[in-house]
Design a protein around this ligand. Structure first.
Ligand SMILES: Nc1ncnc2c1ncn2[C@@H]1O[C@H](COP(=O)(O)OP(=O)(O)O)[C@@H](O)[C@H]1O
Ligand SMILES: Cc1cn([C@H]2C[C@H](O)[C@@H](COP(=O)(O)OP(=O)(O)O)O2)c(=O)[nH]c1=O
Length: 211
């Protein structure tokens, strides 16, 4: 049986990832693929408990503690959800994965990159997503879109500078890993973003080598 594929969605808060997740799932299902959708931090019972702590506005958490909790949740997620699904031949679409730790903890919180690389190597070895869709929006637009939602969590309440650093790391990683990370201009309309996703999925995952 073929191994499934891992697709991850990345971007600053308000970029529009969650909005497109269901459409991506349905697009893949129409191709006869069994798909599970999941998210980080979260995706398992322990992971969702860690998520509640990580997003809790009433807590102050040291940046390295935050980093370790993100990777702890990810370790569970890989063990209980992602790797078993891929081994069954199912595809996994995850709303965020390790690029978010480099962007938010590395960029936003300024945790040293080498520490993130050590944790990445520890829990993933050489494993990487097959495809990452990076939803790129200017920080102000992301904030406006979140502003339309009432509650803000521990990350969403951060200031513009924080999100500028997060976005800078995402852009840098898209540049560094062009075969895996595809930048989408997510400031476009819903339909235009969807068309861009469709083009990327068709060319990267479904292109016929001799067609
Ligand atoms: N292309 C778009 N144009 C305008 N508004 C959008 C677009 N995509 C998403 N939104 C809106 O922006 C808000 C944040 O979207 P969401 O998908 O939750 O972002 P994310 O999961 O990346 O934080 C939602 O209210 C959503 O309806
Ligand atoms: C996976 C991950 C998420 N995060 C942050 C980014 C988000 O602000 C938050 C997850 O919240 P979530 O509500 O899923 O994000 P969004 O509003 O974009 O849908 O956790 C990290 O800081 N590091 C990580 O490794």
């Amino acid at each position: 049986m073929n191994q499934g594929q891992l697709i991850t969605l990345e971007g600053i808060d308000g970029a529009g990832k969650s909005t497109q997740l269901t459409w991506i799932k349905e697009f893949l299902q129409r191709r006869g693929i069994t798909v599970i959708t999941t998210r980080e931090p979260g995706g398992t019972s322990l992971g969702e408990e860690l998520r509640a702590i990580l997003l809790d506005n009433n807590l102050t958490i040291h940046p390295e503690t935050e980093t370790l909790l993100m990777f702890a949740a990810r370790r569970e997620h890989l063990d209980k959800v992602i790797l078993p699904a891929l081994e069954r031949g199912d595809w996994v679409v995850s709303d965020r994965f390790t690029d978010a730790s480099f962007a938010y903890q590395g960029g936003g919180r300024q945790v040293k990159k080498i520490k993130l690389e050590v944790l990445e190597q520890w829990i993933q070895g050489r494993m990487q997503p097959d495809l990452t869709l990076y939803f790129d929006v200017p920080v102000e637009l992301g904030r406006q879109r979140i502003g339309a939602i009432n509650s803000t969590d521990r990350f969403e309440k951060e200031q513009g500078d924080f999100f500028n650093r997060v976005r800078a790391v995402y852009l840098q990683r898209a540049h560094e890993f062009p075969d895996r990370i595809y930048r989408i201009d997510a400031s476009q309309s819903f339909n235009e973003v969807q068309a861009a996703i469709r083009r990327i999925l068709e060319t990267t995952l479904f292109s016929e080598p001799n067609a």
